[in-house]
Design a protein around this ligand. Structure first.
Ligand code: HEC
Length: 151
């Protein structure tokens, strides 16, 4: 085999392995409809709050950042308080890695709220950037059916 063919094969294999490692496994379709709808509701609330946070960060409104970041954090708490049945269905449908990512995301929002209360604006901007990374990372991994362009 010519070295160029070997290189081509190796690159193709690497690309395939990479694609498999990032293989999308959307969680939405695995959820019972009413649980999926709760997740979508939470996501829209998160989006609204994130937009408000951006507007507040660029204006130096620490109090608004604190309130909105806390609201995102608390939407997680709301989900924790789903009926036992819904919660069970949710936990059974999503892989542990999704739950871990979700918790890490919500921890970030608590840190952002704290940075805002401390009026630490450099930290707010850093955490906000990390938050947006966390949104897109989770969407590209677990919502590929909804956002195929994130692949
Ligand atoms: C731990 C995973 C995870 C994180 C973190 C996450 N999302 Fe999502 N998001 C999802 C999933 C899964 C869906 C698709 C739900 C479905 O199946 O319809 C979704 C859907 C959405 C939608 C579409 C809702 C609709 O109307 O259908 C929006 C908007 C959204 N997310 C915003 C955000 C924003 C903004 C952030 C970060 C600030 C974020 N999400 C962080 C998992 C996540």
């Amino acid at each position: 085999m010519r070295p160029s063919s070997i290189l081509f094969l190796t690159l193709t294999l690497l690309a395939l392995v990479g694609a498999t490692a990032n293989a999308a496994e959307p969680v939405g379709p695995k959820l019972p409809p009413q649980v999926r709808s709760l997740l979508v509701q939470e996501m829209n609330a998160i989006l609204d709050a994130s937009e408000a946070i951006l507007g507040a960060i660029v204006r130096g409104q620490d109090d608004v950042v604190a309130t909105k970041a806390q609201a995102i954090h608390d939407s997680f708490v709301l989900r924790q308080e789903m009926t036992a049945e819904n919660r069970k269905a949710f936990m059974e449908a999503v892989p542990p890695s999704f739950v871990k990512r979700d918790r890490a995301f919500h921890r970030l929002t608590a840190e952002l709220a704290a940075a805002a209360r401390e009026e630490n604006r450099v930290r707010q901007r850093r955490l906000y950037a990390e938050m947006i990374e966390a949104c897109t990372a989770c969407h590209s991994r677990y919502a590929s059916d909804r956002f195929p362009r994130l692949q």
